[in-house]
Ligand binder design. Structure first.
Ligand SMILES: NC(=O)c1ccc[n+]([C@@H]2O[C@H](COP(=O)([O-])OP(=O)(O)OC[C@H]3O[C@@H](n4cnc5c(N)ncnc54)[C@H](O)[C@@H]3O)[C@@H](O)[C@H]2O)c1
Length: 266
């Protein structure tokens, strides 16, 4: 792919896989992340493989100033921006009782307002390149999980922002889409085992038609597809990347989970 791609939240996890996937197409990539330590390490790792295609900027996307920092860095790139991937997200847990105004507004700013402002800040590049935007949503935007009231709401809002931008900018040739991943293993099997009990690990796959959780590379491949000319009549969608979780009948999932639980009980 020609041109520059901005990927937020790319020092770790799905964002790093998205950056790698674009780099492997020959695109220049600007990594943007709040975690300076991880960003330095990831940038250096990617530079070892992709050399001067890799750029980075440390920025906290919880305020307009952080977004402006990313816009300013993007303006210094050798080519114009052809794609923005809004992947960074605040995932702070909180129930209706425990979520303060500040917590709610911070999550909404990082997950929804910052993506909007980044598109606004780089609009002249996107218009000039007939570029694309890919937002990273989540299946919780449609199927919220308990104890994540701000996060769930922000992921529903990013699907709405995706449709609104697609409609507003379509006449310029800019396409705007989103992906909605299910559970994605970002740090490999070992970290998954550290977070979830054996029981949870056996139950999770029963919620998926494909019988397993996903990998970051599988989200990245879909993001690159949506940004590519192969998707040039696709705009405004939120594409589930969830191994069929969102179409599985809840009873099917619970029967399978019950069968797994019985087999674990011996
Ligand atoms: N991993 C999953 O199971 C899953 C499922 C559905 C959706 N998602 C979505 O995928 C995206 C990436 O998730 P992940 O699992 O790779 O998370 P992650 O925590 O591994 O990576 C997120 C990155 O975003 C950065 N970030 C966080 N706040 C920031 C801020 N204020 N400014 C700049 N950067 C910031 C972090 O430093 C980190 O490098 C998120 O939008 C998340 O909501 C993940």
């Amino acid at each position: 792919m020609n041109g520059c791609v901005v990927v937020t939240g790319s020092a770790h996890g799905i964002g790093t896989s998205i950056a790698k996937a674009f780099l492997s197409t020959g695109a220049r990539v600007l990594l943007a992340d709040v975690n300076e330590h991880l960003l330095t390490a990831t940038t250096s790792e990617l530079k070892d493989v992709y050399g001067d295609l890799v750029f980075s900027v440390a920025a906290d996307l919880s305020s307009p100033a952080g977004v402006e920092k990313v816009v300013a860095a993007a303006k210094q790139l050798p080519e114009r921006v052809v794609c923005i991937v809004n992947n960074a997200a605040d995932q702070t847990p909180g129930t209706t009782e425990t979520t303060s105004v500040d917590m709610f507004q911070r999550t909404m700013f990082i997950n929804v307002t910052a993506p909007f402002l980044l598109v606004q800040g780089l609009l002249d590049d996107l218009i000039a390149t007939k570029g694309t935007v890919v937002n990273v949503g989540s299946l919780v935007g449609n199927q919220p999980i308990p104890g994540r009231v701000a996060y769930n709401t922000s992921k529903a809002a990013i699907a709405g922002l995706t449709r609104s931008l697609a409609v507003d900018l379509g006449h310029t040739g800019i396409r705007v889409n989103a992906v909605a991943p299910g559970h994605i293993m970002t740090d490999g099997e070992e970290s998954w085992k550290a977070v979830y009990s054996d029981f949870q690990q056996s139950i999770f796959p029963t919620s998926y038609a494909l019988g397993r959780v996903g990998h970051a590379e599988e989200v990245a491949a879909a993001v690159v597809f949506l940004a590519s000319p192969a998707a040039h009549f696709i705009s405004g969608i939120t594409l589930p990347i969830d191994g069929g979780m969102s179409i599985l009948c809840p009873e099917t999932a619970s029967f399978t989970a019950a069968a797994v639980a019985r087999s674990l009980d011996g």
